[in-house]
Design a protein around this ligand. Structure first.
Ligand code: GDP
Ligand code: IMO
Ligand code: MG
Length: 422
């Protein structure tokens, strides 16, 4: 069975936790897009791990973890993650595979990301990790790939050519001194040596695995509304975060995908700038942010919080082909008197039941809410669906009904055990 796990909102839905849990029963886990803008949290026992590039199944012995061709890799960050795992005595030898076709983040991508943000009138609020500029180079056909780090001549020629143009832009447009060829060349060749045993044709490996009836989990990063096409453009990331990205970003064809599971928070959060129809007022937003510990796993920035937006989720179900949902962090809503679900939008007297992509409409619309009864704090560690308060179940059933999707997992805490399978 080949299953895609996809974020349905603006990222940070709890994908890491779900991937970790489902990894136990698969053979391969593969990240298909994004880079170290992602922060996927896995809580195992008393330890919390935050993975940026490393697939979230890495804690499970024997599972093959791939970084697909659709991912952009910052070698410095990857090295740090490998070292952290080694320090935690987690053996990754023979288990980590990096696509030779994945693009590489270079120092000029990181700096350009930051400089562009300072120049923009409408800031995106990027993570500053160089993601956008690296994908831009990939599409402009001047990117450097993992395989290039293994070939000194190819790397030299590509890097020389890139720096010639880039250094001029840095100097003339941004007043930045530019970058030294020798320093980058040496550093990146050394990454090539360090990673040579991990770099391979993961698209061949995964297709063989699929042919051999192995189970593969495709790990999405970010979320549907950060997708470069279907997100709230331009306040998006630079990759295809929707389930279609799983094929492009791994080389496993669409006919081989069996199932798509969508991960959604029981409410909504967003880090960075951009429209957010159901965003809470400031004080209630702070209250939920503290209750849900809503601070970015990558940058530590406070996340903006709001009610569950079923208009968005319906769109996400459609775009990703979701047949099952995992609803996360329902515990954070414990103790609220009333809970709201956004079922439509209104703009200048006109009702919208579909997600509007016009930025002006998105910024000016008013959500239409269905109000539900809240519930007191659930009993400690609910294990079964029936342990949940009747009003919590009513809320979940309402969501399932509106979205016409089965809710197969409900998360009531960050630990692995705090998960109800339905
Ligand atoms: P991801 O990027 O989608 O993997 O999500 P993040 O790791 O960025 O953010 C999710 C956060 O919520 C992490 O800190 C998780 O440990 C935490 N978390 C996941 N599920 C639950 C849950 O059901 N309840 C609570 N309270 N926290 C959760
Ligand atoms: P995970 O995988 C939440 C947001 C940034 C910014 C926008 C563009 O942990 O869910 P970028 O650096 O990608 O150019 O920034 O996208 N963003 C995320 N928000 N979770 C993420 O990843 C994100 N990755 C990027 O905050 O608004
Ligand atoms: Mg995250």
């Amino acid at each position: 069975m080949n299953t895609v796990i996809v974020g349905t909102q603006w990222g940070d839905e709890g994908k890491g936790k779900i991937i970790d849990i489902l990894s136990e029963n698969v053979d391969y886990v593969v990240r298909y897009q994004g880079g170290n803008n992602a922060g996927h949290t896995v809580v195992a026992g008393s330890r919390e791990y935050i993975f940026h590039l490393m697939p979230s199944g890495i804690l499970h012995k024997g599972k093959i973890c791939c970084i697909g061709n659709g991912v952009v890799v910052d070698p410095q960050v990857l090295l740090q993650e490998i070292n952290n795992l080694r320090a935690s005595k987690i053996n990754i030898f023979g288990r980590l595979k990096i696509s030779s076709l994945a693009h590489v983040i270079l120092p000029y991508h990181r700096i350009l990301d930051l400089l562009r943000e300072t120049k923009r009138a409408n800031k995106i609020g990027t993570t500053g990790r160089g993601i956008g500029p690296c994908y831009a180079d990939k599409i402009s056909r001047c990117g450097i790939r993992m395989i290039d780090l293994l070939n000194p001549k190819v790397l030299r020629d590509k890097l020389k050519d890139n720096l010639k143009e880039k250094n001029e832009v840095f100097k003339k447009v941004y007043g930045h001194p530019g970058f030294d060829f020798d320093k980058i060349y040496k550093e990146y060749l050394s990454y090539g040596r360090l990673f040579s045993s991990y770099i391979t044709n993961t698209h061949l490996l995964l297709n063989k695995a699929s042919k051999d009836k192995k189970d593969i989990l495709f790990e999405g990063a970010q979320g549907t509304f950060l997708d470069i096409d279907f997100g709230t453009y331009p306040f998006v990331t630079s990759s295809s975060a929707t389930s279609g990205g799983a094929c492009i970003g791994t080389g496993v064809p669409p006919v081989k995908i069996d199932k798509v599971i969508g991960v959604a928070k029981a409410y909504t959060t967003r880090v960075g700038e951009g429209p957010f129809p159901t965003e809470f007022s400031r004080s209630f937003g702070c209250f939920i942010r503290d209750k849900g510990n809503e601070f970015g796993a990558t940058t530590g920035r406070p996340r903006r919080c709001g009610w569950f937006d079923a208009v968005m989720l319906k769109e996400a179900v459609l775009l990703n082909g979701i047949s099952e949902l995992a609803i996360m962090k329902i515990d954070v809503l414990d103790g609220l008197k009333t809970i709201k679900i956004c079922t439509a939008y209104k703009y200048k007297g006109k009702a919208f039941s579909e997600f509007p992509y016009d930025l002006e409409v998105l910024k000016g619309l008013k959500p239409v809410y269905k109000q539900m009864r809240g519930w007191p704090k659930t009993i400690n560690n609910p294990k079964r669906y029936r342990d949940l308060h009747p009003c919590a179940r009513e809320y979940l059933e309402r969501l399932s009904g509106i979205l016409k999707s089965k809710i197969s997992m409900i998360s009531v805490g960050s630990a692995r055990e705090a998960t109800i399978f339905k």
